[in-house]
Ligand binder design. Structure first.
Ligand code: ADP
Ligand code: MG
Length: 323
């Protein structure tokens, strides 16, 4: 099996109203892959547990001997491009003909990638016809996906589509359980403040709690600010360079987008207390070395290029005042 992380399981997934249905369907699928809900499509906002559920299904099945592949749509696409380049398309296809369960994460990134969509469509059909389980996750409902072929969309909708969302009670439960896991004891007042000052994104909540563990509750305010700050930096940088914020977190390698992305990394580092890993996550990068690389590059160029230096000084001031 490939791409699985043991950290994610059904037993450490906290269930509440907003994610109960997704949890139950995912659990069923893990008991009976390929047989009941195929495909399963899970959608919802960032940090609400989609990847966690995909991984939990994968781990449960892998333990029982099923052959599992977990992959982000981005990596799937990159693997395919690489396979074409080195003339190994057959091997690429065969990987997916020999597995029992495919977990494809962040399928919104198939958007606009026509060749990848064709390849995935064929793999999908082959697996489906052979009663092999496919589970997909996306930040939006299949109907809301852009630049993905109609035939794929209709496949996505052909099984079960479930949403994960957050509600106050679930969030409270998550905060309490995670505080407990981290062995942090705080007063109710602090829990209330955490409810108010953290977003619904469980990843951000975890980050805030780790901050408390490390630096004490005094740290609370600052860290709570930092995740929304990253969002603002993304937005303002994108606007300044005339691109969409989604492009910054997407996979485009066009010069313009790449440059804007590196500048955004740089600004996140300079203007917030976010770690490199947090910045990488905020930009959907699996590896924070790309963040390090981008920041270094901007630091170097800034010293040589007066115009760039001017732009960055302007953005630092303009965005810094608005965080
Ligand atoms: P998504 O893929 O929806 O953006 P993730 O599955 O990556 O979100 O979740 C982000 C983090 O929050 C992960 O560390 C995950 O384990 C945790 N998490 C999310 N939802 C829950 C939950 N209901 N119970 C426990 N942990 C959760
Ligand atoms: Mg995810």
């Amino acid at each position: 099996s490939e791409g699985l992380n043991k950290r994610y399981s059904f037993s450490n997934f906290i269930v509440g109203e907003g994610n109960r249905l997704a949890y139950e369907v995912a659990y069923e699928v893990a008991q009976n892959p390929g047989k009941i809900y195929n495909p399963l499509f899970i959608y919802g906002g960032v940090g609400l547990g989609k990847t966690h559920l995909l991984q939990a299904i994968g781990n449960a099945c892998a333990e029982r001997g099923y052959r599992v592949v977990y992959k982000s749509a981005n990596d799937f696409s990159e693997d395919m491009v690489e396979a074409i380049k080195v003339g190994k398309v057959k091997e690429f296809r065969n990987t997916y003909r020999n597995i029992d369960l495919l977990l494809l994460d962040d399928v919104q990134f198939l958007s606009g990638k026509n060749r990848t969509q064709i390849e995935f469509f064929n793999i999908f059909n082959h697996m489906f016809l052979n009663e092999k389980q496919i589970v997909l996750a996306s930040d939006r409902h299949p109907k809301e996906l852009k630049d993905i072929s109609d035939r794929l969309i209709s496949r996505f909708e052909g099984g079960v589509v479930v949403e994960v969302c957050m509600d106050e009670l679930t969030k409270l439960e998550i905060i309490k359980r995670k505080l407990c896991e981290l062995k942090i004891e705080v007063q109710d007042r602090i829990v209330e403040s955490l409810m108010k000052h953290t977003s619904d994104n469980v990843r951000d909540i975890e980050g805030t709690l780790r901050g408390i563990k490390l630096k004490g509750v005094e740290h609370l305010k600052k860290n709570a600010v930092s995740s929304s700050s990253l969002e603002k930096i993304k937005l303002y940088t994108a606007v300044h360079f005339g691109i969409k914020p989604e492009e910054l977190v997407g996979s485009s390698r066009s010069r313009k987008v790449n440059r804007a992305r590196h500048i955004a990394f740089y600004l996140c580092r300079k203007l917030t207390d976010a770690s490199l890993i947090e910045i990488a996550r905020a930009f959907n990068r699996s590896d924070h070395s790309t963040v390090i690389y981008g920041i270094k590059k901007i630091e170097e160029e800034r010293r040589k290029d007066r115009k760039l230096n001017y732009i960055i000084s302007f953005l630092e001031k303009h965005i810094g005042e608005r965080l």
